[in-house]
Design a protein around this ligand. Structure first.
Ligand code: GDP
Ligand code: MG
Length: 177
C-alpha cells in the first residue's frame, strides 16, 4: 500500500499488568473481540491480540499483550515488557490489595522499559459499586502523583474499555509522530 511505501505505518506494543484476577484478560477480550468470560481461567490466554486503528489517516496496529497467568507467580519475564511503548496497569476496585500492588507493578515496568511508555492506571470492575473498596478519588490521586492517565472500567458491562485502550494508543501515537 502507499502507507507502506511512505513508511507511515505504526506497530505499538502495549502490555497489561496487575495482580492476578483483576480482569486483565477480560479487558483484552472485551476490547479485541467484545467477549467476556465469567469463569476465565488464568492459564488460558493468548500471547497478544492485534487491533488495527486509523489515526490521522495512518494505519496503527496495536499489539496488546496479556500475561497468561505468570503474574500469579510474580514471574512476568523481561521478554513480556521488551519493546513496550504503552501499559495498562490494572487493579480491582473491590480488592484493596490489588490497588496496594500498583507501586510494585510501576517499579517493575520502569525496570524493564528503556523508552517512554504511555501509562494508564485502570480501576477495573467498576460495576461492583456495592463492594467497592478503593474510591475514585484514591485512584485519581495515585494517578496524579505518578503521572498516569486514569480510568475506571468494567470488562463486564464494557464501561470505558474501548476508551482506555484507545487513549493509550493515541498517546503513544502522539509520543512518536
Ligand atoms: P486476570 O487474571 O487479571 O487476567 O483476570 P481475568 O480477566 O481472568 O478475570 C478474573 C475474574 O474476574 C473472572 O472471573 C472474570 O469474570 C472477573 N472479571 C473480570 N473483569 C470484570 C469486571 O469488569 N467486572 C466483574 N464483575 N468481574 C470481572
Ligand atoms: Mg489473565
Amino acid at each position: 500500500s502507499s502507507d507502506e511505501e511512505s513508511g507511515e505505518e505504526y506497530l505499538f506494543k502495549i502490555v497489561i499488568i496487575g495482580d492476578s484476577a483483576v480482569g486483565k484478560s477480560n479487558l483484552l477480550s472485551r476490547y479485541a473481540r467484545n467477549e467476556f468470560n465469567m469463569h476465565s481461567k488464568a492459564t488460558i490466554g493468548v500471547e497478544f491480540q492485534t487491533q488495527v486503528l486509523d489515526i490521522d489517516g495512518k494505519e496503527v496496529k496495536a499489539q496488546i499483550w496479556d500475561t497468561a497467568g505468570q503474574e500469579r507467580f510474580r514471574a512476568v519475564t523481561s521478554a513480556y515488557y521488551r519493546g513496550a511503548v504503552g501499559a495498562l496497569v490494572v487493579y480491582d476496585i473491590s480488592r484493596r490489595s490489588t490497588f496496594d500492588s500498583i507501586g510494585r507493578w510501576l517499579d517493575e515496568l520502569k525496570t524493564h522499559s528503556d523508552t517512554t511508555v504511555a501509562r494508564m492506571l485502570v480501576g477495573n470492575k467498576c460495576d461492583l459499586e456495592n463492594i467497592r473498596s478503593v474510591s475514585v478519588e484514591e485512584g485519581t490521586s495515585l494517578a496524579e502523583a505518578e503521572g498516569l492517565f486514569f480510568m475506571e472500567t468494567s470488562a463486564l458491562d464494557s464501561t470505558n474499555v474501548k476508551k482506555a485502550f484507545e487513549l493509550v494508543i493515541r498517546e503513544i501515537y502522539n509520543n512518536v509522530s
